[in-house]
Design a protein around this ligand. Sequence first.
Ligand code: AR6
Length: 172
Amino acid sequence: MKIELLKADITEINVDAIVNAANTSLFGGGGVDGAIHRKGGKVILEECIQIRNRQGGCKTGEAVITNAGNLPSKFVIHTVGPVWNGDKEEKSKLLADCYENSLNLAVENGIKIIAFPNISTGIYHFPKDKAAEIAIKTVKDFDKSSQIDKVIFVCFDDENYEIYKEILENHE
Ligand code: AR6
């Protein structure tokens, strides 16, 4: 599995699946979630509503998949990051679960290239450095990594981009 770093708007990325930092309702919201629903159109929300009717939303750390509507990618994997409240251990485990469950769903759906935003580091206030370490470690440790060709970390803000760059360069 290759790992790539990009500073970009994830809604413009043309890959098999982009990941959304959603909330448990799956009804959309602000941040990257808002951008994905706005640009992807109502097909995404309709599928989210179907999932909600079937299983009652998405728990923190879990992931669900929909089509990507008008976005250039084929699928959107919606995962719900933890809200940071200082409980380091529990929240770190939940954030790692987001990456792992999204990757598992990608493998189940034959997705080869997947792009992640910096889950929980916006409205949910997870410390960016800690979140980046967890994201990179979880992706690198992923058991079925040979079944995915490429993981792209898509940073929107300079701070996250610099943090990822530093960790990725130092680990190589
Ligand atoms: N492309 C890539 N990354 C983005 C984009 C974009 N278009 N827009 C923002 N980011 P956030 P959270 C980055 O707040 O912290 C929503 O209301 C942003 O710079 O989107 O997991 C949901 O419905 C930040 O680094 O997600 C939930 O209620 C990262 O995406 C809640 O926010 C995550 O920021 C989830 O909060």
